[in-house]
Ligand binder design. Structure first.
Ligand SMILES: [Mn+2]
Length: 444
């Protein structure tokens, strides 16, 4: 898999000049000034091209000869006492099949022999390593980021297999939480059940800090405390996922704590569900993320008009950006080695300066092989709706009486992971989504 990634990366550079790529792997991170070690997670670009899942490594990729030089740390025996072993160069060689293995302190010697006219780096701190290099050498920190983003945004079949696997386990984890839920359980118990399933399949790394948000907390987009006791009669929103071989799953589901949607919960749920379904069905190569965002916003405003939460004509509601009061985040983002994966904004594309859609993390035409999340939501955020109800340009579109009734309702988000295929899409998320499916799961 990683060999193919290197080939793909080489193909994005012209080979007219003697040039090399330099990448640094991640180091172990500690909690402030203590010896508490965070679980090691390789830097995504380094992992993408090398497949090396160990700290303190570096890589040189020779664009002309296509040779991969792996640089590994020199460890002393004390390291073996604490960490179990010190690998020999031969062990690195057989495990990762680089063309050459060196110790990291040989970096400048190796570069000197390669005589590059330019070194492509990811950032300034990498560039700095070559500042006093003899003879002088040019470095560049723009082309490599762009090339890696272009390579990573289109997934290979092997990468899709990893994403499917992460999704399969995520389906199981969601299922176990939803089917075991009872009023009175605490938000952190959901995290415990969810994590237990992931770990039992060998997935040890969460893709992001999961959100387990009940009642009013579900309107907090990045709620992470998970301390509240869930109450009979309210909704529970879970947005979580783990990584398989570095590839993330990122689903959201919203379900009733007591196993039955109330009439108004059902009505609002269906507003989001209808929009999500409609947008997913529209996915195919050539369609633009910003158009999907606006499509979902408009469909949800139509739904809120039907319920009587907003008023006026759909056109004027959209023109006045009323949708952003209830849907303050982007419709979705690319997914891959990072949860908010690279490639969302190709060079020269800017964010749209308009409420709500400004936060859209991907703005480009979809192509086969891209993987995105589709996650519309409706939220009642008092900090947003309170001032809007006093704003003359907005209050004319809002049913104040109804909105006051919903101020502690929280929010609903439904999120699936989608692969764009040649003619349409493949949905990687299979956990129950329709209301009656969720209720059946909770009451069987
Ligand atoms: Mn997401």
């Amino acid at each position: 898999m990683h060999y193919k990634h290197r080939d793909k990366l080489y193909s994005l550079f012209s080979q007219t000049q003697q040039s090399i790529i330099f990448l640094e792997g991640a180091q172990v991170m500690y909690r402030y000034q203590t010896d508490y070690e965070f679980a090691f997670r390789q830097e995504s670009n380094f992992w993408y091209v090398s497949g090396v899942n160990e700290p303190d490594c570096m890589a040189i990729l020779n664009i002309d000869s296509k040779e991969f030089h792996l640089f590994v740390p020199k460890r002393d025996m004390q390291y073996a006492v604490w960490h179990g072993y010190v690998k020999s160069l031969n062990q690195y060689r057989s495990e990762y099949s680089p063309d050459h293995v060196h110790y990291v302190d040989e970096l400048h010697e190796v570069v000197k022999k390669l005589e590059p006219s330019i070194i492509f780096c990811l950032d300034e701190s990498s560039q700095k390593r070559f500042r006093s290099h003899e003879p002088e050498v040019t470095t560049d920190s723009e082309a490599l980021i762009e090339a890696l983003n272009d390579a990573r945004v289109i997934k290979t079949d092997e990468e899709l297999k990893c994403l499917r696997k992460a999704s399969q386990v995520n389906d199981e984890a969601f299922k176990r939480v939803i089917e075991s839920w009872k009023p009175g359980m605490y938000e952190y118990q959901a995290k415990a059940i969810f994590t237990e399933v992931q770990m039992s399949y060998g997935l040890q790394q969460d893709a992001y800090n999961g959100i387990y948000a009940s009642g009013p907390n579900s309107a907090i987009l990045h709620y992470v405390s998970n301390t509240r006791q869930t109450q009979d009669g309210e909704l529970f929103l879970i947005d979580a996922g783990f990584e398989y071989k570095g590839y993330a799953a990122d689903f959201s589901r919203t379900f009733p704590v007591n196993g039955r949607f109330s009439t108004y919960q059902a009505a609002l749920y269906d507003v989001v569900f209808t929009a999500q379904k409609q947008v997913i069905e529209a996915i195919k190569p050539g369609i633009r993320m910003e158009d999907l965002h606006m499509m979902s916003a408009s469909t949800m405003m139509e739904g809120l008009l039907d319920i009587g939460i907003v008023k006026g004509s759909l056109n004027s509601i959209m023109e006045a950006n009323i949708f952003a009061l209830f849907f303050p985040h982007g419709l979705g983002h690319f997914l891959g080695l990072d949860t908010h994966d690279v490639g969302g904004y190709p060079k020269g594309v800017e964010r749209i300066d308009r409420p709500g859609i400004f936060y859209l993390r991907a703005r480009r035409e979809l192509e086969a092989g891209m993987v995105i999340t589709i996650e519309p939501g409706i939220y009642f955020v008092p900090a947003v709706l309170g001032p809007a109800l006093k704003d003359p340009s907005k209050q004319i579109f809002l049913n104040a009486k109804k909105i006051h009734q919903f101020m502690d309702f929280g929010g609903i988000r439904i999120e699936d992971n989608i692969v764009v295929t040649k003619n349409s899409y493949e949905n990687l998320t299979h956990i129950a989504k329709e209301r009656n499916e969720i209720e059946r799961l909770m009451n069987s």
